[in-house]
Design a protein around this ligand. Structure first.
Ligand code: NAD
Length: 500
């Protein structure tokens, strides 16, 4: 059986722990590899390696650090398809989608290549008589990233390129369901010339993550995953005096106004709801048509499109499928039980993905796309994050009740409105209590040079990831106030508050 290892201090490591996890092939439905599950000693080894590397790495000039990232970026370009195949083979997402994931990760590396500029401080001349004031943005030390299964390359790349470009060292704990790509990224970083110990990977599950976030040698923790774990990571890491940002789950609504281009909105909605089998934190999981007529037309068009949704394995050559299998048999079972609960709670199941038959391997974790109408708060399918190819419709009478419905939700990652009215778009973007808003854009994922993050229970901590917030998160500011007298001049003691 193929073994997936840790990557510590510049090399592959099987680690101290003998515990192993199963990695499945979602398309064929069998175990394809074993992954090491790190224990406290493995965590200590990785943190110690990162700690030892921090001094020399943080003292390297910013340009020399950036040059390694430029090289890493060109290696990622060369290896984009191989990385995408690796992701597809363990996650199950289709090849074209996996390619897109790698591209979005590469964009953060491109952003991080600008760190010599991004890390510059501010300077004020002559804030007092002969006194200057300036700020320094210095690295923190050993930073940790704990990441989810759904973007095994992109989400780690939201974090480590910026962290290491700023002079930090890094320990990544990827999800155990699709861990191979993390090791491949570590190898490419070495090939790019990164010194050993600057980037490390410790494989594992919750206990490994908990050993990392409580380790005294760790300065900062970035987490992306589900809301209950995000909250646990946020409180535990903060209690252990780490800087922490923890991004959680989502229930993203898309409002379709009566004046929207409905065909365009439906095309957008199909990709946003069912792409990557709904296993995206920015997937649209609730469609909110405004007015009964819009709702009826939307329901009919979505049902038609769902019949043509191409569900199947990842295809490298030729036109790809629209969506692949779910990540594990357990996750498939979870989605099936959500659909059953929606029916029990009285939601109107318009299209039942459980009934879809497939020509693919019957053991694969496939399910068709499902559509519920007439869902509302209080139903589990509406309230909870399903994280699968299930779209709920929740009808609203007007724009204000659509806004009120969304604002009443605990999650607040992304949202969108489809309309031709500038007024409606403006009112929506101002009043909505959600971190990322799309106007005629279904998945408003900000580019690498902007920051990504939700509000409310979709993000714990003040700083979002990548973009300007990413630079702030991975640096700490020091403000220096300096006086250089013309000559040694004796001053009398001054006890009053300095004013200028
Ligand atoms: P998850 O919360 O189960 O796991 C995320 C990470 O936490 C993994 O590395 C896992 O090993 C670790 N973990 C699990 N249990 C833990 C515990 N008890 N203590 C400490 N660490 C623990 O999430 P997942 O199923 O891998 O990913 C899907 C979730 O991630 C969804 O909720 C999705 O919305 C969310 N997500 C959010 C964003 C965002 O930007 N907000 C992006 C991607 C995914």
């Amino acid at each position: 059986m193929r073994q997936i290892q840790h990557f510590i201090d510049g090399e592959l490591a099987s680690g101290h722990s003998t515990e192993r996890g199963e990695v499945f092939d979602p398309t064929a439905g069998y175990q394809q590899a074993e992954v090491a599950l790190g224990d406290e000693q493995d965590v200590a080894d990785a943190v110690n390696a990162a700690h030892a590397a921090f001094g020399p790495w943080s003292h390297l000039t910013p340009l020399r650090r950036a040059r390694i990232l430029f090289k890493f970026k060109s290696l990622l370009d060369e290896n984009r398809d191989a990385l995408a195949r690796l992701i597809a083979s363990e996650h199950g997402k289709v090849f074209s989608d996996a390619q897109g994931e790698v591209t979005r990760g590469i964009e953060v590396v491109e952003f991080a290549c600008g760190m010599p500029h991004l890390q510059k401080g501010e300077h004020s001349l002559n804030v007092g008589n002969g006194v200057d004031s300036y700020s320094l943005y210095q690295p923190l030390g050993v930073c940790v990233g704990i990441t989810p299964f759904n973007f095994p390359a992109m989400v780690p790349m939201w974090m480590f390129p910026i962290a290491i470009a700023a002079g930090n060292t890094f320990v990544l704990k990827p999800a155990d369901k699709d861990p191979s790509v993390s090791v491949r990224l570590a190898e490419l970083l070495m090939e790019a010339g990164l010194p050993p110990g600057v980037f490390n990977v410790v494989q594992g599950r919750g206990p490994t993550a908990n050993a990392l976030i409580t380790h005294p040698g760790v300065a900062a923790v970035s987490f992306v995953g589900s809301t209950p774990i995000a909250k646990h990571i946020y409180t535990t890491a903060a209690e252990h005096e780490k800087r922490v940002q923890a991004l959680g789950g989502a229930k993203n609504h898309m409002v379709i106004m009566p004046d929207a281009d409905l065909d365009g909105a439906v095309d957008a909605l199909m990709g946003a709801a069912y792409g990557s089998a709904g296993e995206r934190c920015m997937a649209i999981s609730v469609a909110v048509p405004v007015g009964e007529q819009t709702a009826e037309r939307l329901r009919n068009k979505l049902s038609e499109h769902l019949e043509n949704l191409r569900v199947g394995p990842s295809l490298v050559d030729g036109p790809d499928n629209d969506m692949g299998p779910l990540v594990t048999a357990e996750h498939l079972e979870r989605i099936r039980s959500y659909i059953a609960s929606g029916v029990e709670e009285g939601a109107d199941l318009v299209v039942d993905g459980r009934k879809r038959s497939f020509d693919t391997n019957p053991s694969g974790y496939f399910i068709g796309g499902s559509l519920f109408d007439h869902t509302r708060p209080g139903m589990r399918v509406y309230d909870e994050e399903i994280f699968g190819p299930v779209l709920c419709m929740a009808r609203a009478q007007d724009l204000e009740s659509a806004i009120a419905l969304i604002n009443a939700n605990d999650f607040a990652n992304g949202t969108a409105i489809f309309t031709e009215s500038g007024y409606a778009a403006r009112r929506f973007s101002e009043a909505i209590e959600v971190g990322m808003v799309g106007i005629n854009v279904p998945i408003p994922v900000p580019m690498a040079f902007h920051s990504f993050g939700g509000w409310k229970r979709s993000l714990f901590g003040p700083l979002h990831v990548h973009g300007p917030d990413g630079v702030r998160f991975y640096t700490r500011m020091k403000t220096v106030t300096a006086r250089w007298p013309e000559a040694a001049v004796a001053h009398g003691d001054a006890y009053s508050m300095p004013t200028h």
